[in-house]
Design a protein around this ligand. Structure first.
Ligand code: NAD
Length: 426
């Protein structure tokens, strides 16, 4: 199939994350051998649903929100990916995020395709009741394509356990049966998994450990700088610290703190939980935000937003490893600079796959209604990511390519092999 035959909404000048995703597919295609013939499968989402989400506001007026659910690829299993509430989310952004879920799930060999959802809303402007009504109406609207064996949503930016509980309840009411498997990231009391909360940060640690071992570096005493102290950054900080690494810098939206002697992330969590400000954490110095990227450290862990390491700051990095906790924190041009400097970049599709891996464990536990211990989950996560790292590392070594390209080669080959074996119907 030629790209000229693609539907009209995918024609023309692609910009933003979907353009980046298409470029990544273009770059990997020459490495796909016989499966390159099927690569257009990845350039065209399987299904894109746009929904109108009207709700009664607390003041009696009616407001409409635009929602999306995209199933980028379902060749290897049901769609899987989070739901984002953000005022600037667009169909094309959700398409790209769904595409990256296809890659991530296949890179770690989960039996899922890739999907993502979103609603254009600033959730902080809604009351709790309005947020619940919007979530329930959105869930009903996308109910025609989601389901425990069709497409399984999860939390993403600005969505959480509570929202997953409402989604699970709404879907269950609509089908007339309690269906915990329809979403993951649920509260533990509703069938959520132990270990899910820290899973993404723990995964960052596991892949960093594997990368450092291959460069002959010790975790004990390694200096780590983390951007973002939310779900991912906070958990990663604690796991690195507990393994003997030294957290030397933390940046969040309010600013940056630095301590050459190290920052205890457990104490920092207690300080923040008690209402303290990051910048007031005792024993640390404030540094200007721009200086964060030049901090002397072994591991730099962006765990906040996309597009943070750019051509403007990439040359300043002194770290030996960049572990991408966030989605898309490094621009392609900045990655070229990092690679030229000999910095090892562990890409997001591998580095932050711990979350979806434990989501998969949650779905499996829900299927059998038998729940594992937290130790069991952490051990299984470690094994899954260590094996994924090993497979991607060996492709990188064999083909002489960066880890991101290797991860795409492994993932796209798995997806397209499944596509080719299934054949076309009719
Ligand atoms: P979060 O909202 O819990 O935390 C975000 C952190 O980033 C906060 O500490 C915030 O202060 C900081 N931040 C925001 N703007 C910033 C700025 N301009 N400069 C510096 N810091 C800033 O989010 P999260 O769930 O930890 O997700 C972080 C990233 O990881 C996102 O890119 C997300 O897509 C990705 N991710 C998350 C998961 C997960 O399981 N939560 C899984 C995979 C990928």
């Amino acid at each position: 199939m030629s790209l000229k035959q693609l539907p009209s909404y995918l024609h023309g000048e692609h910009v933003g994350p979907w353009a980046v995703f298409l470029e990544q597919i273009n770059r990997v295609t020459p490495h796909l051998g016989q499966y390159a013939a099927w690569a257009d499968t990845l350039r065209l989402p399987k299904r894109c649903l746009i929904v109108d989400v009207p709700i009664h506001m607390d003041d009696g007026t009616v407001r409409h929100f635009e929602g999306y659910r995209v199933q980028h690829n379902i060749s290897r299993g049901p769609g899987k990916g989070g739901v984002r509430y953000h005022p600037e989310v667009t169909l094309s952004e959700v398409m790209a995020l769904a595409g990256w879920m296809t890659i991530k799930n296949a890179a770690v060999n989960l039996p899922y395709g890739g999907a993502k959802g979103g609603v254009r809303v600033e959730p902080r402007t809604l009351s709790t009741n309005e947020l619940e009504r919007m979530t329930r109406r959105y869930t009903s609207e996308i109910g025609i394509i989601i389901g425990p064996d069709r497409d399984i949503p999860a939390p993403d930016v600005n969505t959480n356990e509570k929202i997953m509980a409402w989604m699970m309840d709404t879907y269950s009411m609509n089908v007339g049966a309690t269906t915990p498997r329809v979403v993951t990231g649920k509260p533990v009391s509703l069938g959520g998994s132990l270990g899910r909360r820290d899973a993404t940060g723990r995964g960052c640690y596991i892949v960093a450990r594997e990368a450092m071992a291959r460069r002959g570096m010790e975790m004990r005493g390694a200096r780590v700088a983390i951007q973002g102290f939310g779900n991912v950054g906070n958990a990663a900080a604690r796991v690195f610290h507990d393994a003997g690494a030294k957290l030397v810098a933390v940046q969040d939206v309010a600013g940056t703190i630095y301590a050459s002697a190290g920052i205890d992330p457990h104490a920092l969590c207690r300080h923040l939980d008690a209402g303290g400000a990051l910048l007031d954490f005792p024993g640390t110095a404030r540094i200007p935000p721009d200086e964060f990227w030049a901090v002397d450290c072994e591991v730099m862990l962006p765990a906040a937003l996309g597009n943070q390491i750019t051509v403007d700051n990439a040359s300043a990095l002194r770290a030996r490893f960049v572990i991408e906790g966030a989605n898309g924190p490094t621009t392609p041009q900045a990655e070229d600079i990092l690679l030229d400097k000999g910095i090892l970049v562990v890409p997001d599709v591998l580095a932050n796959a711990g979350g979806v891996t434990v989501s998969y464990f949650e779905w499996v536990q829900n299927s059998s209604s038998y729940f594992w211990t937290e130790n069991d989950i952490n051990d299984r996560l470690d094994r899954a990511l260590t094996e994924a790292f090993r497979a991607i590392w060996s492709v990188a070594a064999e083909k002489g390519v960066a880890l991101r390209t290797a991860a795409f080669i492994v993932a796209c080959t798995r997806v397209l092999e499944a596509r080719a074996m299934r054949g076309l119907y009719p």
